[in-house]
Write a protein that binds this ligand. Structure first.
Ligand code: YXS
Length: 264
């Protein structure tokens, strides 16, 4: 249901079930989650989620046919889709959603869970539980509130209407939009090449910090603050940090050798 490819330390994970509009079945969610963890274990510096679209659909969201009708929570903590969303948010390297089509429901939340989104100008974004009578879960609502602010989040959930790519760019949901023909080139130029040139040790520490800070309400626990301090200290005591500073002074490109696992 997926294919994977590595290009110069970046792992591309492609959803390949267009027949079913890449509906996020338990099987597909588990395959994507496994590929994400594998990319990190194999020391990739970045992950790109992309899809083979049909009818302009990147993914139609949770497989509706799998939604339980026995009264159990369709979005419980341990359902495959929720485990996938957490895997995207916690894997300590950047995950980029490259959207060549529309995302619906849980697929919209999957895109929001990524660190950045690049999309074609015909992409649309819809979160549709209200259309299907589903009370979305709190962690999902928090994603949208954090990314979009209360009013835009409430509009998306209450109307279940799709945002256009331009509207998504206007509210900061999307980092870049481009044409279908220009998507891969812009992804490389704007995001992948710069990330490849930078220190993955520093990036990984900051991804871990973003995760803690984005989940914090008004107060962060003392332990979380100390954990952040520890990640940062490991980086600024690292060879990468010295290499970053030295290479700048010596007017040459940095050659980083750090590894995200050093912070595990
Ligand atoms: O009739 P066949 O067997 O060919 O199947 C049809 C659709 O039933 C099927 N399909 C899906 N199957 C399972 N889960 C889905 N989410 C899903 N979406 C579609 O795919 C075949 C082609 O669909 P069709 O004819 O409607 O294609 P289309 O090109 O006319 O329209 C594409 C869509 C995506 C606009 C349309 O299929 C659609 O609106 N799908 C539902 C999108 C949606 O609401 N997704 C949210 C799923 S629930 C979820 O993600 C969370 C639990 S929540 O709701 O809380 O966000």
């Amino acid at each position: 249901m997926i294919s994977t490819e590595t290009q110069n330390k970046v792992r591309f994970i492609t959803l390949q079930n267009p027949r079913h509009l890449n509906a996020l079945s338990s099987e597909l969610c588990a395959e994507i989650e496994g590929a994400i963890n594998e990319a990190y274990q194999e020391n990739c510096v970045c992950i790109v989620l992309q899809a083979e679209c049909r009818n302009g659909v990147w993914s139609a969201g949770h497989d509706i046919r799998e939604l339980p009708l026995d009264g159990s929570d369709p979005l419980a903590y341990d359902v495959p889709l929720e485990k996938l969303l957490r895997a995207v948010q916690t894997v300590p390297i950047p995950v980029i959603a490259s959207l060549s089509g529309s995302v619906w429901g849980g697929a919209c939340d999957l895109a929001l869970s990524c660190d950045m989104i690049i999309a074609v100008d015909t992409a649309t974004f819809a979160i549709t539980p209200a259309k299907i009578g589903i009370p979305y879960n709190s962690s999902g609502l928090m994603h949208f509130i954090n990314q979009l602010g209360m009013n835009k989040a409430r509009e998306m959930f209450f109307t279940a209407q799709a945002l256009t790519a331009q509207e998504a760019l206007n509210v900061g949901l999307v980092n870049h939009i481009t044409t279908t023909e220009g998507l891969d080139a812009m992804l490389e130029e704007k995001l992948l090449d710069p990330i490849r040139r930078n220190s993955i040790l520093a990036i990984s520490a900051m991804k871990r910090q973003f995760r803690v800070l984005s989940r914090s309400t008004a107060n962060i626990t003392a332990e979380e603050l100390e954990h952040i301090g520890n990640w940062r200290s490991q980086v600024y005591h690292s060879d990468d940090y010295r290499e970053g500073v030295t290479s700048f002074i010596e007017k040459r490109s940095p050659q980083y050798k750090g590894n995200a696992h050093e912070l595990d």
